[in-house]
Design a protein around this ligand. Structure first.
Ligand SMILES: [Zn+2]
Length: 307
């Protein structure tokens, strides 16, 4: 119980994390894996010799970081819920970054790591990882064009963007923290639950909105490669940049796009102008950050350097 209190995890969660996961084989002698906290399970399947997860509790709308070390040749893979974990190597360590959606259910989520040897033999271990509720607030918005809240329009556009943001580029293009993409003030934060047109449409805000004078410059938050640069119905003039390792930033509602698909951009490069195209209630830049196929609070990456 002292352990549960220390980590603010329910006793049930500790019991579950500690081996009650029938879906995947548990390794013999597996120790309790408290995410982060500087400890790592003993008896990891060789050649996996080190594994940490941070933060200590997964949080809605934030990024989960895994760091591993291998003492021989093997391939690391895994999953967090339905998201495949993809590892990239740098400086002798292997990293996987995974976003947790703001709408992820608070409570226990499945987490699996698989170590595959060159012979093809593989060993998996699984745990349940608690996701902590974050309170992002609620907001009612003035009416918008009904077309932009029509599911036959919103869902294909969402799937279209996911077809890019679920990809994984093994190279890492960014360095350090991300820059703010716009000089204006934040007009709507990430995660706030917003109700449109008298309750006809409710959605959790997938990015951070900035407002300012229409036509003001928008900057790339980090180095990367442009993978989308086109007008969309809901998002208006939209640009999506691949930063590598499954990390993408999106810039919506621009009056003008100043880059093309395939362009290599540097951090701070002007990529477009602030506008009011698509589903807006006024001129704004909606800025989005995806990690491992999940949109998370982009402001986290302006404060915390990853990996
Ligand atoms: Zn927005």
């Amino acid at each position: 119980m002292a352990l549960a209190a220390q980590y603010r995890v329910s006793p049930f969660a500790i019991a579950s994390v500690n081996g009650l996961m029938p879906a995947a084989p548990l390794i013999p002698g597996q120790s309790l894996f408290i995410p982060d906290a500087g400890n790592t399970p003993t008896g990891l399947p060789w050649p996996l010799v080190f594994l940490t997860m941070s933060p200590s509790l997964a949080e809605q709308g934030r990024t989960l970081r895994l760091k591993a070390r291998l003492d021989g040749e093997a391939v690391l893979s895994g999953a967090f819920d339905l998201h495949p974990l993809r590892f990239a190597e740098e400086g002798g360590a292997w990293y996987a970054l995974q976003g947790i959606e703001a709408e992820a259910e608070p409570g226990l989520h499945s987490f699996t790591i698989t170590v595959t040897l060159p012979s093809g033999q593989s060993t998996s271990f699984a745990q349940l990882i608690p996701v902590r509720r974050m309170d992002y607030g609620t907001q009612n918005l003035p009416p918008v064009d009904p077309l932009t809240i029509d599911p036959t329009v919103t869902e294909p556009e969402w799937e279209y963007l996911k077809s890019f943001t679920t990809q994984f580029t093994p190279a890492r293009y960014w360095q350090g923290v991300f820059a703010l993409p716009f000089g204006g003030r934040v007009s709507s934060p990430f995660g706030i639950v917003r109700t449109y047109n008298n309750g006809q449409f409710v959605s959790s805000h997938t990015g951070t909105d900035f407002t300012g004078r229409p036509g003001s410059p928008i900057y790339a938050a980090a180095a990367g490669v442009v993978v989308v640069a086109e007008p969309l119905t809901v998002r208006g003039n939209a640009t999506l940049i691949d930063h590598g390792w499954g990390v993408y930033t999106g810039y919506w509602h621009q009056s003008e796009i100043k880059v093309e698909v395939g362009d290599v951009v540097r951090a701070g490069q002007e990529i477009g102008l602030l506008g009011s195209t698509g589903r807006v209630t006024g001129p704004n830049l909606h800025w989005e950050l995806w990690v491992g196929g999940a949109p998370i609070d982009p402001m986290e990456w302006t404060e915390t350097p990853f990996p």
